[in-house]
Design a protein around this ligand. Sequence first.
Ligand code: PEP
Length: 251
Amino acid sequence: MSNPIIIGNWKMNGLINETKHIVSTLLTYTKKHQNFAKTILCPPFTQLQLVKEMIKNSPLGLGAQDCHYANKGAHTGDISPAILQDIGVNYVILGHSERRKDHHESNQLVLKKTVAAQNNGLLPIVCIGETQQERNANNQESIVEVQLKGSLPEQFDGLVAYEPIWAIGTGLTANNEQITEMIQFIRKKLVAQYGENGKKISILYGGSVKPDNVKDIYAIPELSGVLVGGVSIIPKDFIKLIDIAQEFIRS
Ligand code: PEP
């Protein structure tokens, strides 16, 4: 991997004090280093504005964890891509397995959100991945293929995150062989769908990425970066992920 992208998905974590602590610790790191991996923070909606203010004039990027497909209207409790764009968010995670499960999000809904995000100038990070049961049945490729076909639009300008559900928040990490196989499979499907453009789409891995396994993951040549949950709210460990990425940066 060269020039890794590191995306921190805070999930439903980050009180104001915690947010200030995480971001200020990261800023201390970024001030001491000139050239490091592209790092995007995805706090809960309510902390986006605070994080936006704090990371102003820093190289850190900002993402949200979801959005609606409509730009405005009668959708109580939802946040639109237009609102995200308005406050200066650049990325949005879509189709995360926790949303697919907790909110019954279908591929069709993820597709609508992806289109809406793109139309508002946001870069969607579309998550796909199989359950343990599906892997046990050796169905990971067909599951991921259906998710790719169903969730990605005709014109796609975003990133894909391969996140095997059995590895998310469990401490179980897919091994390099499993990740490589799936990344190659996803690439093949992206090229079939988008031709030359499919070669340029960044593919990330997510699932219990930690300081002690990240070096092996960065070493996978086909991968563009990592999507990190649990470790993203532990600043000293998250910084280690950024630090270890240093040696994979090519100018
Ligand atoms: C995630 O939330 O996308 C994720 C990969 O979580 P964790 O790193 O905790 O497994």
